[in-house]
Every structure is written in structure tokens, then in C-alpha cells.
Design a protein around this ligand. Structure first.
Ligand code: SF4
Length: 258
């Protein structure tokens, strides 16, 4: 089986526990206004308009696994493994499953980094072969979610509830951008929803940064949110206080905030 991969990075420390290899699959049904990987969104192989860079290449599962296996010794010593990410990896659901299955068979820890926007059946079949779901929660308000990402959040929330009911371990990731999805009401709703999850092992804040802006130009995409400033320390402090609360503030801050 083959799929379209736009990057494979080794020695990654942010996409799950330990040292990891992140496999980036091309294609995403969302259009988040803050997306810093706009070149990942189209499922097709793309050529940049300002350089001769090409984004995406066809790879077989075995070719991906050859790369993944190269760091097996480091996964064992660090508690790491492979993270299948994107884009939205479920958009190439069969390919993502085949990689997860092969890694699981090899005894490699498997994480999937997902927006949650896919049919439940796609998640359900991943359950036996995925050790950790890195799951984005972008905005709890349905209308605002549609405005910011182009899709409804109903299936995203429902899939997360079902994963949690099935005992799946999750790290919830909240991309927060000043003035977009960080009102007191937004943060309170996020906290209320996540506090009801039984198997959430971590709640991460992913502060907005503008590093992807130049890629919009490079790949001829329309910029949807042109804020050139990263989230401020004050913003991040307010988000931490609201989501983590005073009691676990310092522990979470050490653990989660870059
Ligand atoms: S889900 Fe991720 S890859 Fe897809 S548009 Fe949003 S930020 Fe970009």
C-alpha cells in the first residue's frame, strides 16, 4: 500500500513521549485560520510557486517503516516511538492504519496526532494498534469552530467522548490564538469538557506562532490570519491559569509550555 507523505522527522521530542519519528501524511479536511503547515492541507503532491520545492512524495508502508525502524534502539531507551501526523492522518485512513499496524507488530509505541475530524469507524479500528491519541480541541463553541476551522466540531467532540469511553489514552492539545479562541468563556468550556475525560493523560497548550506565514506565500495559499506576533507571555499565563488552575499550575507549566 502507498500513500502521500510530506515529511519524516527523526529525533522529535514534542509529538508524544520519548524520542520519536514523526511521519507527516498529506491532506487535511480542515482549514484552520492559524495553520502553520498550509502545505499539508491538499492531499495532492504540490509544487511551491516561489521556489522549485515539492511537497509530498509517494511512499509505501515498508518504505516508511524502514525509516521508522532506524531509531528503534532510541525508542526503547527513551520510551518513544512513531507518531503519525499530518495534515490529518485519518484522511489517508487505510495508509495510516497500515503504518500503525506494522509499527505495533514491531513492538513500537504508536501515537496518532489528529484533529478528530473523521468517521468514528476510522478511530475504532485504530484502537488495538495505537497507544496514544494526540487529540486537538480547538474551540468548544460550534459556530466559532466552523468559522475558525471550516468544519463542525460535533463529530470531533463525539469521537473524543467515544475514545475516552473505550479507554484510549489521550493527550489533548489546545491551539490557542489571542483574540480568536481564548475568551474566558472559551477557556472555561475547554476546561469543563476536558475535566470529564477519564483517560486524558495530559492537557497541552499550543500557543499561536506566526512561523508558517511565509509558507502561505511560498505555496500560493491565501493567508487567513495574518498576525505576525506570537502569543505573548501574558496570554500564555492567562491560558495556563484558566486551564490548569492554581493547584497544578507549576507542574503543568514545567511539563507543557515551551
Ligand atoms: S487540522 Fe492541523 S493541518 Fe489541518 S488545517 Fe488545522 S492546523 Fe492545519
Amino acid at each position: 500500500m502507498k500513500g502521500i507523505v510530506f515529511d519524516i522527522r527523526r529525533g522529535v521530542t514534542k509529538d508524544g513521549p520519548g524520542l520519536r519519528t514523526s511521519v507527516f501524511l498529506k491532506g487535511c479536511p480542515l482549514r484552520c485560520v492559524w495553520c502553520h503547515n498550509p502545505e499539508s492541507q491538499s492531499p495532492e503532491i504540490e509544487r511551491a510557486v516561489t521556489t522549485d520545492e515539492v511537497c509530498g512524495r509517494e511512499m509505501s508502508v515498508e518504505e516508511v517503516m524502514d525509516e521508522v525502524r532506524r531509531d528503534k534502539v532510541f525508542y526503547a531507551s527513551s520510551g518513544g516511538g512513531v507518531t503519525i501526523t499530518g495534515g490529518e492522518p485519518m484522511m489517508q485512513g487505510d495508509f495510516a492504519f497500515a503504518i500503525a499496524f506494522a509499527a505495533h507488530e514491531d513492538g513500537i509505541h504508536v501515537a496518532i496526532d489528529t484533529s478528530g475530524f473523521a468517521p468514528w469507524a476510522a478511530f475504532e479500528r485504530m484502537l488495538p494498534v495505537v497507544d496514544l491519541f494526540l487529540y486537538d480541541l480547538k474551540c468548544m463553541d460550534a459556530k466559532r469552530h466552523r468559522e475558525l476551522t471550516g468544519v463542525d466540531n460535533q463529530a470531533i467532540l463525539e469521537n473524543l467522548r467515544r475514545l475516552d469511553d473505550a479507554g484510549a489514552k489521550t493527550w489533548i492539545r489546545c491551539p490557542l490564538a489571542p483574540g480568536l479562541n481564548d475568551s474566558d468563556e472559551d477557556l472555561a468550556a475547554l476546561k469543563a469538557f476536558t475535566s470529564r475525560l477519564s483517560n486524558m493523560a495530559k492537557l497541552e497548550i499550543c500557543p499561536y506562532h506566526p512561523l508558517g506565514l511565509e509558507k502561505y506565500v511560498k505555496f500560493g495559499k491565501r493567508i487567513l490570519y495574518d498576525n505576525p506576533n506570537p502569543a505573548s507571555r501574558e496570554d500564555v499565563s492567562r491560558w495556563k491559569s484558566a486551564l490548569y488552575g492554581a493547584a497544578c499550575f507549576s507542574r503543568q507549566a514545567r511539563m507543557d509550555i515551551p
